[in-house]
Write a protein that binds this ligand. Structure first.
Ligand code: NAD
Length: 376
């Protein structure tokens, strides 16, 4: 059994798909672990630490992937860069399958099996393998810190001898994993927090974190958790009611964190230019949906812009700014995933076709791009 770990090549990507801790665990399988030289350096994990954990350092990608059974990466690698891999090798990475048609075809043509960690089913058994959750949790935390850094005032109410400073008002739009952590972080910093979502199930979660739930009234949202826990595109009536709700609320906010996503669709537009303009000068918005086009009109993915006196941040890879911990958790997700399918007696990985997790993540197999979510 040989595992290869790639050095990421996308601009700004600092994470790595293994840590010395997971390498040690894989070494317990008597596996050969080959790390592409320098793979961990941007996240503070030098080659020497991987070597000490039991890995060998490969001088090139070709040397790393040659003869590998499993190739681990954070982002989808260029299929051409994997030409040295043998047919049948498994690639596990965050593949962004809805937008990566050509890349997936490239893996299919190379005879690779590709498993998209971002298609991990949101089921209890897969919680420890859920890369969207591990990364979104850190993203929600960091978004609030970045906003606090940009915001020219403090977060908590302060009663000082020189006078009283009121608490910052923070509004979170989209209360999935990132949104919940943004609420918790904002509360810890002393902000007065409110939050909204289309899924009725989030109301209780918002309130249990001590924030105020702001919900559209008298128009049906998504009762319960929705399909697979995800949101879907809302009706025009809902969108109009939501726009009114936001208009009434947003002018009083100092910080807004938006996280709303709909799988396989562009991010829903939640804040118009006019609504942004109604905010006080000096307010800050962090749009975590920027990689999918953004929730805020005028956001420029990857950049921070100032509009109507409001700072609009649109990070496209906020986890790269917490590269070490993001890598450690991602690496643990991969270990939890692979070890669930490890047969210790046969000393090999076994992938039952009828397993929910295997079916959920497999996007390329037997020379074909195929997955129920892509075919839907
Ligand atoms: P996500 O990143 O897909 O979306 C973020 C949030 O935006 C969601 O809460 C969504 O409802 C909301 N949203 C979408 N459109 C919106 C709109 N127009 N206005 C306001 N909000 C909008 O979400 P996620 O963090 O990936 O979580 C998705 C689901 O998975 C949730 O139900 C979550 O509880 C569930 N989950 C389950 C597990 C598990 O059981 N293993 C683990 C993590 C998350």
């Amino acid at each position: 059994m040989k595992l290869a770990v790639l050095k990421e090549t996308d601009a700004g990507e600092r994470r790595v798909a293994a840590s010395p801790e997971t390498v040690k665990r894989f070494a317990g399988w008597d596996a050969e672990i080959s790390i592409e030289a320098g793979a961990g350096a941007p996240s503070g994990m030098p080659d020497a630490d991987f070597e000490a954990a039991g890995a060998t350092i490969a001088p090139s990608r070709a040397a790393a992937v040659g003869g590998a059974d499993i190739i681990l990466a954070v982002r989808a690698p260029d299929p051409a860069s994997l030409s040295g891999a043998e047919a049948g090798a498994i690639l596990a990475a965050i593949l962004n399958p809805f937008q990566a048609g050509d890349t997936l075809s490239g893996y299919a043509n190379a005879g690779l099996t590709a498993m998209a960690m971002d298609f991990m089913p949101r089921i209890t058994r897969a919680q420890s393998m859920d890369v969207l959750s591990s990364q979104a949790n850190l993203a929600g935390y960091r978004a609030v810190l970045d906003a606090a850094h940009e915001y020219g005032r403090g977060f908590p109410m302060m009663m000082t001898a020189a006078g009283t400073v009121s608490a910052a008002k923070l509004f979170v739009m989209g209360v999935g994993v990132a949104g919940l952590q943004a609420i918790a972080t904002g509360r810890r910093l002393g902000a007065q927090v409110s939050a909204t979502d289309v899924r009725a199930a989030t109301r209780e979660q918002i309130e249990s974190l001590g924030a105020k739930a702001i919900f559209v009234k008298d128009v049906e949202g998504i009762e319960g958790e929705g399909t697979g826990g995800y949101a879907s595109e809302m009706s025009e009536e809902y969108k109009a009611a939501q726009a009114k709700l936001v208009s009434d609320h947003i002018a009083r906010q100092d910080i807004v964190i938006t996280t709303a996503l709909i799988p396989g669709r562009p991010a829903p537009r939640l804040i118009s230019d006019a609504q942004l303009a109604s905010m006080k000068p000096g307010s800050v918005i962090v749009d975590l949906a920027a990689p999918q086009g953004g929730n805020v009109e005028g956001c420029v993915p990857g950049e921070t812009v100032r509009k109507h006196g409001v700072t609009l941040m649109a990070p496209t890879n906020i986890n790269a700014s917490l590269a070490e911990v993001s890598s450690q958790l991602y690496a643990r997700n991969l270990w939890n995933f692979l070890s669930a399918f490890w047969d210790g007696d046969a000393k090999s990985l076994v992938w039952p076709d009828d397993d929910d997790i295997v079916r959920g993540v497999t996007v390329v197999k037997d020379g074909k791009v195929s997955n129920e979510r892509l075919n839907a």
